[in-house]
Design a protein around this ligand. Sequence first.
Ligand code: C5P
Length: 242
Amino acid sequence: MSYYALVPAAGSGSRMNDGLGSSAPKQYLPLADRPMVLHSLLTLARVPAVERVFLILAPDDTNWKLCDASAVGPKLTVLYCGGESRSLTVRNGLEAVAKVVAADDWILVHDAARPCITVAQVEALIQSDDGDSNFVGGLLAVPVADTLKRARVTNEAKPLSWWVGDTIPRDGLWQAQTPQMFRLSVLQEALARVPNVTDEASAIEAIGLHPRLVESDSMNLKVTYPCDRKLAEMILRSRLSS
Ligand code: C5P
């Protein structure tokens, strides 16, 4: 049984307008001395159990060839088969890697937009497989710390007019992150049956299976808005200097 990483990086990052006129998708924006995407690739390739790292790019990607990825090493395979949505990118990627990955091998799907992932966190996910026959895979996640409010829009003509609709009890709520690890065949079947999902675990749950939650921390944030990028920069630089 082998472990493979699959990194969807075919998004445009439309919520990431940094006001600086940068036109590159967010995964290519500079972050702690290198394009964002390289941080995840370097970490995943450093995990001894991970055999190969598949990077899934948009078919018309023009930014990757400007990156120096030599430090990632020979585990990296780049595939230009991304789709219109994240789930389609993952599905296309799984179909492509199925030529070299066995049906019961483990695939760790990790967003290019989570550059602060650590080797220890990836290894904790891999080691969460305790051999129990009920283990279908798992994902990194953090227990929700804040009180959650569902917003109610009172005047759609004024988008900033938000009001509290109700409060959602946070007991038992976890925030899903990546990597998310499932067997290739199970993940392909789940995504074929439930294609419109924002993470792999949702599709696995929808076919009646229960992924394991592996506790992570909030430093494994997804860079979505400009302030996330500043936080990620601080986290990565603090590790460089320690
Ligand atoms: O946009 P969002 O932050 O949800 O994207 C999460 C990850 O999915 C990013 O790494 C992004 O590049 C990837 N993605 C993709 N194909 C898309 C949309 C997003 O690979 N069509």
